[in-house]
Design a protein around this ligand. Sequence first.
Ligand code: PLP
Length: 444
Amino acid sequence: MGEGVLTVPGGQDTGFVPDPVLLLEDAGLSRHDGALLDGGVSLARVAGDFGTPAYVYNADVIRRQFRELDEALAAVPHRICYAVKANSNLGVLRVLRDLGAGADIVSEGEMARALAAGFSSDRIVFSGVGKREDELRAAIAAGIGHVNVESMAELEVLARLAEDAKTPVPLGIRVNPDVTAETHPYISTGKRGIKFGIPLDQVRPAAAMIRKHPGLELVAIAMHIGSQLTDTQPFAEGAGRLVELVDAVRADGTTTLRELDVGGGLGIRYLDEQPMSPRAYAAALVPVVKPTGLTLYLEPGRFLVGASGVLLTRVLFRKHSGGKEFVIVDAGMNDLERPSRYQAYHGIIPVEQRAGAPLVADVVGPVCETGDFFALDRDLAPMEPGDLVAILCAGAYGFVMASNYNTRPLPPEVILDGGRAWLSRPRQAVAELFRSERVTSEDR
Ligand SMILES: Cc1ncc(COP(=O)(O)O)c(C=O)c1O
């Protein structure tokens, strides 16, 4: 699913100027003679080589995030299964695979991407509330690490599919632990009465059904309570409920558990958030999980890739209308949906600093919707037509949620690594957008 953060009423400006030092540091950005460098590479040069709008990901930032989390959890056996939905670019996936990550997927398409990037199937977790039968079949055939089951109805389908399985199908039960997590309501996923997970009172019956079925094996108890969480408390509370369930299903006779999966959700700084550190996160979880003897599984997405990405865009025009100032850029809501969908805040900074007066403006795109904005009434550094700007923290739930709305081609994805920029995915060509469409039924 997508996600967002509503840190500022309306997601926009309050006169608060985000600490540019922290935001730049998080993103691996620095200034040299006024020019913005990303991982030591000039973003002006990247725009010159690949055009705008363009997504740019800094591989070293992804590595830093992974290692921080991995090291913080050293006290328990653990596996970090990267949530592919956050950014499914193959180059990004390869960076994470090389670090030793597993993958958390929610569709056959994401499984295909993870396999194409080199993840081994037994390190893949299949999550999601609405898996199709053909997708489950494909996952079983591929030798998936485990499937997190989200309803009794899904469990019945799996029981049927497992009749022909040569080895027992490894399952996790994704529990709805009924905890409240402070975040945007669209991405709070662990509360009673929302569509995710098996309710607490159905977990033991589900485990009993799995125990009785020779083709199924219960290996994990799981949760995912929400995204962009900044506080450790709901994780500790949710994990505590999972541990109670582990004890209960073990007492009922389950002997096959191997993993306790606490999902993703670690937040990042978009503006002035104070996200929990990996150490604080580990300090909240480790004492709860360790006594179970299970391997701790995590499914972070945003935390690993969010700060690593910028959306590079160019100012097309400035315009004064109805008493307001507008900066019109060449990226649109179809490229980065988070501001319009969740009223999410993204820092917007010039790639090359220029002299002039700062401004207060709406930063908007070319799409034919009033909701096509990146910032409203934002305090901005001076920027003029032709200038390049970087939209920060665009590495998670950015490109993956992009669309072809207004028949706009998807932007390219560029990876910065070792002081070099390489093109992982080229810009879509307009002709590609309708190549497979037919004008009439007689068309071939
Ligand atoms: C089951 C599951 N795991 C992990 C994630 C990743 O969340 P985040 O990017 O906040 O870490 C999500 C996000 O929607 C999810 O639904």
